[in-house]
Design a protein around this ligand. Structure first.
Ligand SMILES: Cc1cc2nc3c(=O)[nH]c(=O)nc-3n(C[C@H](O)[C@H](O)[C@H](O)COP(=O)(O)OP(=O)(O)OC[C@H]3O[C@@H](n4cnc5c(N)ncnc54)[C@H](O)[C@@H]3O)c2cc1C
Length: 442
């Protein structure tokens, strides 16, 4: 084992960068985040799953920063229904809280806008304002503004992007009595997300096609936004009694995309920088947290066991490919389910992207070797691949499945196996049940 000589710099302090930094500190590595505050208002919805992660991994200030939990009303394909529930997030408040929690966990935070990143002979040099910091290992976590992966692309195939989409956002004052709510609605030119925080603020975010030349210049944005609002029947109700804060419309790129390479000897790209999901999925924060967490054993392996570099990068890359494929196919299905305007460019392009069919799940269960996380490193292990786990599972409740399967087939019972693995019988029972419900024990 080689011990890392120095520090890891994480560029960007969103959920991916913060979860990665905190995990590295927990492993005894030195992590510094350089980040700048989000320069424009951004509001998002967050489901229960990322909240569970925030609680589980000890982010109390971030949990406290969440807005109310509301039922999201959906107007899609002519049907109005309550779709699911989401917490309202003011991303500026949420991101500040994430950084406070990270600081409390021992991550060093530097506020600054990164302007230049240079790979020197031995170290990375990161310039922010008049300062420069050196790093032995670099984590690119600047979300959709990430540059590192793209700067190292080997070919055009390394950047896959869905049809260009931009989110146009405008903020409003609404009377205090208007309770918190969120709603989505489709219309011929795209779809919209409306949010009211229950404290006098509302936003309308409209997602439209933004292929080259489709969006007006900055000066024409407000007028363009008004025209879109006029085409969106739900907006009449949403914006009743609302007064625009000003005539500013902010723009965020919003297409799903994947950028390779995801890493190398001394760098890794996490979160939206390597894989950004379509915001329609509402899963971006959940994925970013998972990406930051999964990066920790990968970085640990790259730094302390460089001989396992290929295995570590294979693990990380496969995870991204799998999530991208799944996310894009789900998005395609969802866009195709809106059938009122099949000839409108926005819907036509998205209902057929990505081209091709979803690959069928594996029909037969098999065992094979795959890179997995084990004791903070990426290692090669026997896994079971089956229809509901096409990437393979190597252990359940701390019990290695393939070894357990061999023992069961050899006739041993839960008590024997608990002794064999040095775990409680209940853990073995739960792993055995995992196999039994999938008919794998026979
Ligand atoms: C329009 C839109 C709506 C969305 N809605 C939702 C939603 O409702 N629910 C959901 O779960 N997800 C949503 N997402 C996705 C979600 O925002 C992202 O998936 C998630 O924030 C990614 O986390 P990250 O840590 O990779 O990047 P980010 O959260 O983007 O964090 C990157 C950080 O890097 C900083 N940074 C960038 N450039 C520099 C620089 N040069 N120097 C220093 N710091 C820098 C940024 O300020 C930011 O703090 C939405 C995305 C978009 C575009």
């Amino acid at each position: 084992m080689r011990l890392p000589s120095g520090k890891i710099v994480i560029m960007g302090g969103g959920p991916a960068g913060v979860f990665c930094a905190c995990g590295l500190v927990e492993l005894g590595l030195k992590a510094v985040i350089i980040t700048r505050p989000r320069p424009f208002p951004a509001w998002e919805g967050m489901s229960e799953r990322p909240l569970n992660s925030l609680r589980h991994f000890g982010f109390p200030q971030t949990v406290a920063s969440l807005g109310p939990l509301v039922a999201r009303k959906s107007h899609w394909n002519g049907n109005a229904q309550i779709q699911n529930r989401e917490y309202i997030l003011n991303r500026q408040t949420f991101d500040r809280a994430l950084l406070r929690d990270a600081k409390a966990k021992g991550v060093h935070i530097i506020e600054g806008r990164i302007e230049k990143v240079v790979r020197g002979a031995e170290k990375w040099h990161i310039s922010y304002g008049p300062q420069t910091l050196t790093a032995d290992f670099l984590v690119e976590a600047r979300g959709r503004e990430s540059r590192l992966g793209r700067a190292r692309m080997a070919g055009d195939d390394d950047h896959v992007t869905a049809p260009a989409t931009s989110a146009l956002l405008k903020s409003y004052h609404v009377p205090f009595g208007h309770s918190a709510m969120t709603s989505v609605a489709a219309f011929p030119a795209g779809w919209a997300w409306y949010m009211r925080d229950g404290q006098g603020t509302a936003i309308l975010q409209i997602f439209v096609s933004s292929e080259k030349g489709e969006l007006p210049s900055k000066e024409g944005l407000d007028q363009y936004f008004s025209r879109l609002t006029d085409q969106l029947p739900e907006a009449e109700v949403w914006l009743r009694d609302a007064q625009a804060h000003d005539n500013k419309v902010s723009v965020r790129t919003a297409a799903a995309m994947k950028t390779l390479p995801v890493g190398g000897d001394d760098f890794l790209v996490v979160g939206d920088g390597s894989l950004a999901l379509d915001p329609l999925s509402g899963n971006g924060i959940f994925y970013a947290i998972g990406s930051g967490l999964s990066a920790v054993p990968v970085i640990n392996t790259l730094m302390r066991r460089p001989e396992d570099k290929e295995l570590a990068l294979q693990f990380y890359r496969e995870r991204i490919d799998f999530a991208f494929e799944g996310g894009c196919l789900m998005g395609k299905e969802f866009y195709a389910s809106e059938q009122r305007w099949p000839e409108e460019a926005f819907w036509k392009r998205r209902s057929i992207w990505p081209p091709g069919e979803e690959p069928p799940p594996p029909q037969t269960t098999k065992t094979c070797k795959r890179p997995v996380v084990r004791d903070g490193y990426i290692e090669l292990e026997d896994v079971i691949v089956c229809a509901d786990h096409p990437r393979g599972v190597w252990q359940v409740d701390g019990v290695p499945l393939v070894k357990l399967l061999d023992l069961i087939r050899g006739g041993s019972n839960d008590d024997d196996n608990a002794t064999e693995f040095g775990v409680d019988k209940a853990q073995v029972t739960s792993a055995r049940k995992w196999l039994t419900v999938r008919n794998i024990t026979g």
